[in-house]
Design a protein around this ligand. Structure first.
Ligand code: AMP
Ligand code: GLY
Length: 445
């Protein structure tokens, strides 16, 4: 089989690394990939990003399965484009991807299908938005309606921050965050609790959950500093007990898949629910992402023992119409997701992101990276913002590396990840020293 992974981040490096371990696979292409995927002898970088070009290339090369990493190509309709040409692709259609690309869509969806979420209203008129904030007070959360690369959510602790966020998001010059040509904000109640990332693989009807994970969104230790795409993650997340797991499936994932299907936009792909677990033991869905998390994917893939190709072939099985001669492989029937059981390494894993100087506001590019270790079964350095030029790795901005380790305990995984980081250098590297702290604090009690 030939497989194509679309994207260039740490998530895509981890996905491609895992897919390439399958015995069924002949080659894994990563479009456009990064310095780490370029170096990996099992992976091939493909310098194409435009959707129609990718589809044409996949047809020419007879790619068996395409897996989409980031949200942007999904929101642009890459899945629709591939499917229209009978190419097997794992990810939601453009319409289904609105669960992430439009906060207003996903909030209305959750309310319509009684999926627990923060109370909210959505606004296009700044005057009404300001009034709402005045009435409800701070803390309060203001979210831009549209993909904003992590910059679209302001958790305002004061009224001034909330008013400023509204002005910024609804002004003409604002963030450029728009959905269908309209600037809109969602304002919602502030929820307190512990967050966890809950991700499933769905074929549109059935789903199977991946190992749980917890991300660290703030730049600095002890959850201080600005929000980022994620500075580190570990798996499993002890806050998701077996009871919470069952509750998340029952109250959030299953009604979402059912609701999307009954609304006529069945959701297939990775579905990521950002959960808030309150002290009282309630679960609310903060947001949906229509893709895997980054950096969550890196520790999750380190623990996955099941062949990911089998899982994704099962999840895309319904795309294959056996009555049509469309060139797809119909010789093997893949089991349904409902009967799949994923096998996980019992050891916890933990990934620490090394980000560029100036990240997240103004990341610098072009710093040379030295001291990268040999990867082994217990430690992987997944690349994100890197390129490989004349034998030298250069940072290309944003999150640069995710140093991910497995350990007999979470503490051991943490120790191994940080010991590995000690040897890696690039000018201005920023990383948190406390990834995993919540779970480790919890373990002391
Ligand atoms: P989102 O992109 O909607 O997940 O928001 C990004 C981050 O903002 C989340 O991971 C939370 O840490 C925080 N956040 C979002 N919504 C809320 C809320 N209603 N209450 C408290 N924190 C929130
Ligand atoms: N790490 C959070 C995300 O991928 O959205």
């Amino acid at each position: 089989m030939k497989i194509l992974v679309i994207g260039s981040g740490g998530r895509e490096h981890a996905l491609a690394w895992k897919l390439a371990q399958s015995k069924r696979v002949q080659s894994v292409y990563v479009a456009p990939g990064n310095g780490g995927t370029q170096r990996d002898k099992n992976l091939i970088n493909l310098p194409i990003t435009e959707i129609v070009e990718l589809r044409k290339w996949a047809q020419k090369e007879q790619i068996t399965l395409t897996v989409v990493g980031p949200e942007a190509p999904l929101a642009l309709g890459v899945v629709d484009e591939f499917r229209a040409h009978q190419l097997r692709i794992f990810g939601p259609t453009r319409e289904a991807a609105q669960l992430e690309s439009s906060k207003a869509f996903s909030k209305a969806f959750m309310v319509r299908h009684s999926i627990p979420t923060a109370r909210y209203e959505s606004f296009t008129d700044p005057r009404l938005a300001h009034e709402y904030v005045k009435t409800h007070g701070a803390p309060i959360v203001v979210k831009a309606d549209g993909l904003a690369a992590g910059k679209g959510v302001v958790v305002a602790t004061t009224l001034k921050e909330a008013h400023d966020a509204i002005d910024f998001m609804l002004s003409q010059e604002g963030t450029g965050v728009q959905h269908n040509g309209q600037a809109r904000v969602v304002i919602e109640e502030f929820l307190e609790g512990e967050e966890a990332s809950f991700i499933v693989v769905s074929d549109g009807l059935e789903s199977v959950a991946l190992a749980t994970c917890q991300d660290h969104k703030r730049l600095k230790d002890n959850d201080q500093g600005p929000n980022t795409g994620g500075m580190g993650a570990y798996s499993p997340a002890p806050v998701v007990t077996p009871q919470m797991h069952a509750k998340a499936m029952r109250e959030i994932i299953n009604p979402t898949l059912k609701g999307m299907a009954s609304d006529g936009i069945p959701y297939s792909g990775f579905l990521y629910a950002g959960l808030m677990i309150t002290k009282a033991g309630d679960i609310k869905c903060l947001e949906f992402n229509c893709r895997l998390g980054d950096p969550e994917t890196q520790p999750i893939m380190m623990r996955l023992k099941t062949d990911l190709v089998d899982v994704l072939m099962s999840a895309t099985q319904s795309q294959v119409n056996p009555t049509k001669s469309d060139g797809l492989d119909k010789t093997s029937a893949w089991p349904g997701l409902d009967v799949l059981e994923l096998d996980w390494d019992r050891r916890p894993s933990l990934g620490v992101v090394m980000a560029a100087f100036g990240y997240p506001q103004n990341p610098r590019k072009g710093d040379a990276i030295t001291g990268l270790p040999q990867d082994n079964e217990d430690v992987m350095v997944f690349h994100a913002g890197t390129s490989l030029e004349a034998g030298t790795y250069l940072s290309t901005g944003g999150r640069v590396l995710c140093v991910t380790a497995l350990g007999g305990t979470l503490k051991m995984a943490q120790h191994l990840a940080y010991a590995t980081i000690e040897g890696i250098q690039f000018e201005g590297a920023q990383y948190r020293k406390d990834i995993g702290f919540r779970a480790l604090q919890g373990a002391k009690h």
